[in-house]
Design a protein around this ligand. Structure first.
Ligand code: HEM
Length: 126
């Protein structure tokens, strides 16, 4: 039988372990960033866990976020926070550095970042 399952981005980057590693690398960078760090609570653990659940499903893995929290409505969930173009770029910059910890091939890393760029710019509200 031919295996014609779609190969997800989630699998391509290394699955659960990789997404864990990514969020672990990402939030220290976010917290240290003067543009976006102050938007986040001191206790980052709950945010990091939600991001783990969300990115897992965003990359095509199991729908962990929706199972727990329902429809993501991510733009709406970001409305309480003033997201400027500069802040979207800061978020993507932290994500780019965090992705380096996965040591992906350059093309794959670029593809992941492109996929994240769309929501990041979509969340701009200020
Ligand atoms: C554009 C720049 C962005 C900024 C400045 C930003 C900032 C924030 C802030 C301040 C929170 C709330 C933290 C809290 O609970 O107090 C949050 C939550 C979250 N963000 Fe972002 N974010 C950005 C982009 C993104 C993108 C692109 C994604 C995913 C593709 C994302 C996914 C999430 C998730 C999953 C949560 C948790 C939502 C929940 O409460 O259930 N964010 N973000």
């Amino acid at each position: 039988m031919p295996d014609n399952r779609e190969f997800t981005l989630y699998e391509a980057i290394g699955g659960e372990k990789a997404v864990r590693k990514l969020v672990n690398a990402f939030y220290p960078l976010v917290q240290a960033n003067p543009l976006i760090g102050p938007l986040f609570p001191d206790d980052i653990e709950p945010v990091r866990e939600k991001q783990f659940l969300f990115l897992t499903q965003f990359f095509g893995g199991p729908p962990l976020y929706s199972e727990r929290y329902g429809h993501p409505m991510m733009r709406a969930r970001h409305l309480p926070f003033p997201i400027t173009p500069e802040r979207a770029d800061a978020w993507l910059g932290c994500m780019s550095r965090a992705l380096d910890s996965l040591q992906l091939e350059e093309d794959l890393k670029g593809f992941v970042l492109e996929r994240l760029k769309a929501p990041a710019y979509h969340f701009i509200n200020s």
